[in-house]
Design a protein around this ligand. Sequence first.
Ligand code: NZQ
Ligand code: ZN
Length: 396
Amino acid sequence: MQAFEYYSPTKLVFGLGCIKDKLSAEIKARGYHKVLLTYGGGSIKRNGLYDLVKSELTAAGCAIFELSGIEPNPRVTSVDAGAAMCKEHGIDLVLAVGGGSTMDASKAICAAACYNGPAWDLVLDGSKIKAALPLFTINTIAATGSEYDNAGVITNWDTKEKLPIGSPLLWPQVSFLDPSLTYTVPAIQTVAGSCDMMSHFFEAYFVRDLSPIAQGLIEAAERIAITYTPKALQEPTNYEARAKLLWASTLGCNGIACLGSSATIFPCHAIEHEVSAYYDITHGIGLAIITPRLLRFWLEKDPTVAPRYVDLATNIFGLRRDDYESEEALIEAGLKALEDFYASLGVPSGLSKLGVGSEHFAAMAEHIKTHWIASFDYCYVPMTNEDIVTVLDRSL
Ligand code: NZQ
Ligand code: ZN
């Protein structure tokens, strides 16, 4: 077991109908009066959540300011706009209502509101975040886990960069999780969210020294995604399916699944973010395309990693050793099961189907090492720039 320190100050409020009365109570208890309500393209207006939130804010006696239109793959321009509103109106609480994009942008807004300069400075150098406004979130999609972590991912469309922003000051203070709010998530976003969640747990799974507690958590979360994503697609208002997906995803990205294991550097995410930065693709879909290629590449480059692939086949996909004539056959069946699962959800067969070409792959590999991860040497199987390009080529 590796040593670790862990501190999460976020209060989670989970369950059917958990917004009503509790949101206003949490705000009143903390004495906030001027709220910036942030949201995306309007889904919260279509499903009634906006009205509920407004009535809670009114019940708490708050003045309400709004920033709408936060984009999927949120742009730094939205962050700067939100930070300017916070400064102009003396906002004392940011309330993010939406998915990962809204929550991520709102974290950056909280930081930029307390900084004298462009928000992008804080993305490039998180140590410049010395203060941040408090943040509440109401998460509306089982996906990123942003409601329960201290990071976000912001896109600068001018420089074609999509980079993380993080600070111990960016944990939400309170996050509300009502699974019924995810009933209206479109099928493609339900799929993308589950694939994103699966990737967060896979990133923590494919490490050299996996803690047994982490292994149990990760394998359970993967089985939940495999079992309940199809159920949620068939029956979007199935509460149990939505609830299980939402809670599993909440635990995916805050490091809990990494505690006690060797350090992980989230290599699949690093690669996917480069593709998103150039082509604005949906994060979870990009991950689902790249993941099997990356796993196959690692096994090919270093066959000593095979035991974890056996775990994938048996513990996650429930395949029985005795049914296969060799370990290689079992591993192949496990990888095939993963690929078939993604295909069954309608994940496109390759990045080229999303309009991605190979022309920027070398630049992406170089950029990852400059801005995301200094070295892929600590990856499950160490990777060179050429290796990254190979995985991207195979993902086309
Ligand atoms: O914008 P609206 O109208 O709200 O519609 C959204 C958007 O079109 C819609 N949606 C969300 N909840 C809905 C809903 N539609 C109907 N009913 C609902 N209940 O879904 C679309 C996608 O929303 P988005 O917020 O972009 O999705 P997601 O939660 O998957 O977030 C993706 C972003 O999060 C980043 C990704 O890179 C990407 O930019 N990530 C953030 C992480 C973090 N903070 O820790 C970690 C992740 O690995 C990820 O990188
Ligand atoms: Zn992700």
